[in-house]
Design a protein around this ligand. Structure first.
Ligand code: MIC
Ligand code: SF4
Length: 651
């Protein structure tokens, strides 16, 4: 078991109860929370439903960064609700235009050694400043705002020792792509990554944040850097020097798993379509035609990243065969680029400037053309996430992105033949918090604005005595929450569950056949229960609890898979859907869509042990097949499931 690590020190300082044994559930005190608009509306509706008057955390911030297109009234309705509910409940509100939650939080709120729970899977970005920052479903963040501890499994610590120094044209993105090459996007549930070693000293906080941000793609609970001199300098440059504390692992710290990266030996890498762990070196991809380059997202949109772009593109023009855009991570970044003239260089080079927000990363515009290659500095390239079916999205560093923007082809940036335009660390950032609205004083009367596009979170009923199920979908491996609940043009439906539910698993709808939602509704209306079957790493990716709420709304009662990812599994429990795993993986092959699944006396079975007996009756007749399933639920999880979800459960 890991000892003397930064992770263990932060956990010890926030420990409330449980056993400090890897895999065993513990309760942790949460100091700070963040929400973003696409998950925030449900989270605050839940907070209101719980009757919480004021949040109990040290700091809670509500950001608007995802739903910014305002195609129709929905987005602005959400913003108004979020702003007024924040004022009423004691929450800071970061207005649309102020930037992406993780970037702004790092700049203005993150504090080394504290815990942060956010309703967005990339919350671990703030691990770059030495926080234990964890992504979770909205309801878990709501509970933390209500003053309740966060329950998670005591983690294993993966220690990644960094040595050496990055060479010109190789950058932080290449570090995390190397880590993804080694560990992949699956099989890392209940681990936290901790970076240590002399190489850490050569990385600034924004570079560390790129690494911890994309650590989310590993499926780990969080990623953490120590808080050192570089952290102090960053906080001082943000005018927040006094919140700095040193935090480092003991010299004899022990890690559960060890991996070493020599930064001096890294080379430019890319995650190829359509998974962040489909890694190749840029050298291997050289010469491929590129149609689009975008620099942005919470992974790579810092001042350093965009200053590099400005310097490298200065006096040149984007290659005529492609389009290039930038989306700055925050208003601070954009403001600094404007002040020092770099924005003018970017504009002069023909780069399209998007507003400070998530934008194309979550399919809000800039969809690539059919069959073309798009190079993005983002963290996810799941199929279709760009808004184009059959998309070919490659995830790369700003260096590799710029090399393609200048040549029209995937190019190893080291071969551009120009001097590396290095960017110095900033000693004074542009500090202007006028777009962050502090909460109103306690007791002040605030009218919470709730326009008609904002509905209530749907209610669930208690778990039935028997699951009388029908298999709605046999989904396969690595099903992401983007498969389950597409974003893009549907993102604006986040506050309207009946409407949003219509597109559950839309990517699996075959032309001329009933959609998942239609099949689920007819199973539900026939008095039966929906069941989803999948293989490995079900529910990868985002924290969106809609991937549980909408299936729940459609009558789904159980998910059976080889393995279910951490945040999604917690969301399923919170909304009363049973997460089950196969005892014998071979049973997966015996199940088809439309088969009946019977789980008799499920309430009693859950009370007895971890084994659940079920039977399958094939839709085309034939024998009943008995299968054995397992659950990993804690005692409290079981009570929540029996009640039909967290909103029905009273401790
Ligand atoms: C994402 O990157 O997929 C998102 C959109 O930020 C999600 C949150 C959401 O779906 O609202 C995430 O990462 O958790
Ligand atoms: Fe926004 Fe993309 Fe970051 Fe998600 S990954 S928070 S959509 S920028």
């Amino acid at each position: 078991m890991a000892k003397g690590t930064v992770v263990q020190k932060i956990i010890d300082a926030h420990f409330i109860s449980g056993k400090k044994i890897p895999g065993s559930q513990i309760a942790l005190k949460i100091d700070q929370t963040l929400t973003q608009d696409a998950t925030g509306t449900m989270a605050y509706l839940e907070l209101e439903a719980m009757g919480v008057d004021r949040v109990k955390t040290e700091v809670s911030v509500s950001y608007v960064d995802h739903n910014m297109m305002q195609n129709g009234p929905e987005n602005r309705n959400d913003h108004l609700y979020l702003q007024t509910v924040a004022a009423a409940k004691g929450i800071y509100f970061s207005r649309p235009g102020n930037g992406i939650c993780h970037q702004v939080h790092l700049e203005r709120f993150g504090v080394p050694g504290k815990t942060l729970l956010g309703s967005d899977s990339h919350t671990p970005t703030n691990g770059g400043i030495g926080m234990l920052a964890i992504g979770a479903g909205g309801l878990d963040v709501t509970l933390a705002m209500a003053g309740q501890p966060f329950r998670m499994n005591y983690p294993k610590v993966i220690g990644i020792s960094l040595k050496g120094k990055l060479k010109p044209w190789v950058s932080a993105k290449d570090i995390i792509l190397k880590v993804l090459e080694k560990f992949s996007t699956k099989g890392n549930v209940d681990c936290v990554v901790e970076y240590f070693g002399h190489g850490v000293e050569n990385l600034s906080v924004p570079e560390r944040a790129t690494v911890t941000n994309m650590g989310a793609e590993l499926g780990v609970t969080s990623s953490v850097f120590p808080s050192d001199e570089k952290t102090r300098l960053f906080l001082e440059a943000q005018g927040r020097g006094p919140v700095w504390t040193e935090l480092k692992a003991d010299a004899d710290a022990e890690y559960d798993i060890l991996f070493e990266i020599n930064l001096s030996k890294l080379e430019p890498m890319a995650a190829c379509p359509s998974s962040p762990d489909n890694i190749k070196t840029v050298r291997e991809l050289q010469g491929m035609d590129v149609d689009q380059v975008i620099i942005g997202s919470c992974t790579n949109s810092s001042f350093k990243d965009l200053m590099f772009v400005a310097k490298a593109m200065k006096g040149k023009t984007v290659h005529p065969s492609l389009n290039m855009a930038i989306a700055p991570g925050s208003r601070q970044v954009l403001g600094m680029l404007a002040e020092n003239g770099a924005l003018a260089d970017i504009i002069a080079a023909g780069v399209r400037v998007l507003e400070a927000g998530c934008g194309p990363c979550i399919g809000q515009g800039q969809s690539p053309s059919d069959g073309s290659v798009t190079l993005r500095t983002f963290n996810r390239n799941f199929a279709g996430r760009t808004g184009t079916k059959g998309d070919k999205a490659y995830l790369v560093s700003p260096e590799t992105a710029v090399a393609a923007a200048l040549t029209g082809k995937i190019t190893d940036p080291r071969e551009l033949g120009i001097k590396y335009p290095s960017v110095k660390n900033v000693s004074e950032f542009l500090i202007d918090d006028s777009m962050i609205i502090a909460p109103h004083a306690s007791g002040e009367k605030i009218e919470i604005v709730r326009k008609p596009t904002i509905g209530d979170p749907p209610a669930n009923s208690a778990l039935p005595a028997d699951i009388n199920g029908e298999v709605l979908l046999v989904a396969g491996d690595k099903i992401t929450t983007d498969h389950i609940m597409p974003a893009g043009i549907h993102l604006k439906l986040r506050s309207n569950i009946p409407k949003y539910s219509k597109v559950v698993f839309e990517c699996f709808t075959e032309t001329g056949k009933a959609s998942f939602a239609e099949r689920a509704a007819s199973v539900r209306d026939a008095g039966k229960h929906g069941v989803i079957v999948a293989r490995d790493s079900y529910g990868q990716g985002s924290s969106r609890e809609h991937a549980a709420i909408c299936p729940m709304y459609l009558g789904v009662k159980a998910v059976i898979a080889y393995a279910i990812e951490r945040i999604h599994s917690a969301n399923l429990i919170n909304f009363g859907i049973l997460p089950l795993v196969f005892s014998d993986k071979a049973d997966y092959e015996k199940i088809s869509q439309g088969d009946a699944v019977m789980i008799k006396n499920i309430r009693e079975q859950l009370a007895v042990d971890k084994t659940i007996n079920a039977s399958i009756v094939k839709k085309d007749g034939g024998q009943e097949i008995n299968i054995v399933l397992q659950h990993k639920l804690s005692g409290e999880d079981i009570k929540i499931i029996l009640a039909g979800g967290r909103l029905n459960y009273r401790e």
